[in-house]
Write a protein that binds this ligand. Sequence first.
Ligand code: XMP
Length: 331
Amino acid sequence: DWVMKDHIAEAVEKIREQVGDEEVILGLSGGVDSSVAAALIHRAIGDQLTCVFVDHGLLRLNEGDLVMDMFVGKLHAKVIRVDASDLFLGKLAGVSDPEAKRKIIGGEFVAVFKQEAAKLVGAGAKGAKWLAQGTIYPDVIESGGAKSKKAVTIKSHHNVGGLPEQLGLKLLEPLRDLFKDEVRELGVALGLPPEMVYRHPFPGPGLGVRILGEVKKEYADLLRRADAIFIEELRNFRDDTTGKTWYDLTSQAFTVFLPVKSVGVMGDGRTYDYVVALRAVQTSDFMTADWAELPYALLKKVSSRIINEVRGINRVTYDVSSKPPATIEWE
Ligand code: XMP
């Protein structure tokens, strides 16, 4: 529509004025805000933008490839993909405390990003001068006063605090005045797929806080496959009255890996395998949340698919806890 086209043109013009012919670095996470910021800045300055995508190995099934297909394949943006999964798994070995895991993941994430960014800054006369971030208006308000410990962690994870100064970079934040809904509309207008732009939120530490206790590659691989089935079926099942998919009718839905084995039967044999929990909530602000009353047919389909298709998981449970007193995530 007209209003959105004007808005894009204006934003593009502003970015060009700010940046001139200088180079820009952006940390791409695959999340909505950094994706929309990347698409917008790329529209404005093309190859003057280099995105750094740190893959910590705790992303969802094929997520890294999807990000690359979109930004490199379709938008032709410059993206440096850093596969740091071994590094992260190494640092997480033997660590089971949730906050300790968050600190390690957040800390390593910044360290890896900084290392890559420093290379781009140090690239001679054409060295990068700007750090772009997908900060949106609610982030601006929120960082006015620190709230809970978790809120601080969330902030420090994706809006890498202090980093521009440390790298000697100027800060570019083209989404600073926008609310989430406006960011999503902008993303669609810029040609990002609606499934990407209307995705449920995904925590910075990723599957690291959805594998209870110690994180292991084996667990992450099982969880990724189970979770992909859950999400696929949420997108397949529609509610008759609204016509909406259950993915769109829930605010956040995911699978949690429990490092616990239980007994099952398969064919003539006994199995002794892992358990997963499905979590789906409805909320307007994520401060309180109700567990979603998913149709039994959907739960049944997901359960039977996970148990049949993911060897190593023989039991699926559904989390019927509201927040409070439970939290949305299990860690
Ligand atoms: P809880 O579990 O506290 O989650 O009810 C509320 C919302 O915050 C997200 N969350 C995080 N996001 N880093 C993030 O970027 C984190 O460490 C983190 N912990 C929780 C959670 O997914 C939910 O949307």
